[in-house]
Design a protein around this ligand. Structure first.
Ligand SMILES: Nc1ncnc2c1ncn2[C@@H]1O[C@H](COP(=O)(O)OP(=O)(O)OP(=O)(O)O)[C@@H](O)[C@H]1O
Ligand SMILES: [Mg+2]
Length: 310
């Protein structure tokens, strides 16, 4: 979620566009009203990444800021709670009553200029609940939502003066930069013998950052032989050609998965214990892996030091 900005490509233009929509549009009176911008696009297009970039850029201009994830089956009380803890609120009344939590949140926001990012809204019903907390206080507050669904995006923008922003795939230039940087650690090209096959694969990724980075990581772990790459390319062929969304991504990921050692496969599957969008503490996770007996302690290895390198 929080990709290092230096590893991102083609983000400056979209980040400026969203910032402009949020901060610069309208006359002085309308700038004071609450505004929502909703980023919409299919999985892996970079919605969360872009929302986070805008958040980092403009948050110093707001009194209260929070970045929260909703996900497919949210535990609703968690959302106002997460927003409140994002604001640094640590009242004692943090129970599980959504209505009460929303009241606390509204009271907290009464006179403040707030910026809230609500990442990954799955349906309009969840949004309707969240929306109750976002009071109009004429202080120039701003909200960004991300979603895969057009109808949710439209609903998010309905009450405020909002904008739906359609995520665009990366263009050819940025796709290449991302791919080659991840694979060869050079941005402007690749060794001659890999050029054709790289271009073929990139064409099939259709500018989807998740596709490009997944394939680059898969190839980075293989021997640097054109024949090996061709084998992988052929096994991706059909799905990549026909459907640039999640279906074939599953295939890419399963190829990467099959490539892992038995030990790492178990460790990876263990992540299924965590709910979607849960923030996993590396140190805590490594201790659990060891406690489960998935990985053995290596003599002389300091776990805390190792966790820092992950
Ligand atoms: N501009 C970019 N440059 C480089 N990598 C990017 C860029 N945008 C996204 N990525 C990478 O692509 C992957 C998917 O991005 P992200 O999680 O933001 O997509 P998403 O649209 O939010 O997907 P979902 O709908 O599943 O939440 C991440 O690994 C992210 O680091
Ligand atoms: Mg996302």
């Amino acid at each position: 979620m929080f990709e290092d900005a230096r590893r991102l490509v083609g983000i400056d233009g979209p980040r400026e566009e969203i910032t402009k929509l949020l901060m610069e549009e309208g006359d002085n009176d309308s700038k004071k009203l609450l505004k929502v911008v909703s980023l919409v696009g299919f999985g892996g297009l970079g919605k969360t990444t872009l929302a986070n970039q805008v958040y980092t850029k403009i948050k110093s201009e707001f009194e209260c800021t929070a970045f929260v994830s909703v996900s497919r089956t949210p535990h609703m009380p968690k959302i106002p709670k997460d927003i409140l803890s994002g604001f640094g609120y640590c009242g004692t009344e943090m129970e599980d009553d959504v209505q009460k939590l929303i009241e606390i949140l509204r009271a907290h926001l009464t006179n403040k200029r707030y910026l809230i990012i609500i990442d990954d809204v799955w349906n309009t019903k969840d949004w309707r609940t969240i929306e109750c907390a976002l009071m109009e206080n004429n202080n120039g507050s701003r909200v960004i939502t991300t979603t895969r669904h057009q109808d949710v995006a439209t609903t998010c923008c309905f009450l405020s003066q909002g904008h739906v922003y359609h995520m665009q795939p990366l263009d050819e230039h940025h796709s290449k930069r991302l791919f080659f940087k991840r694979l060869f650690d050079i941005e402007d090209g690749c060794p001659e013998q890999f050029r054709d096959i790289s271009n073929d694969m990139l064409r099939k990724c259709k500018g989807v950052p998740l596709a490009i980075t997944s394939i680059a990581s898969l190839l980075a772990n293989q021997s640097k032989h054109v024949e090996t790459w061709e084998k992988i390319h052929n096994s991706l062929g059909y799905e990549l050609d026909s459907n640039p969304t999640m279906e074939w991504m599953r295939h890419v990921l399963s190829l990467s998965y099959n490539d892992l050692s038995q030990e790492l496969k178990t460790c990876l599957l263990y992540l299924g214990n965590y709910p979607e969008d849960y923030e996993i503490e590396t140190f805590d996770l490594m201790r659990k892996w060891i406690a489960e007996g998935f990985v053995r302690e290596k003599h002389g290895l300091d776990l805390e030091e190792a966790a820092k390198t992950v």
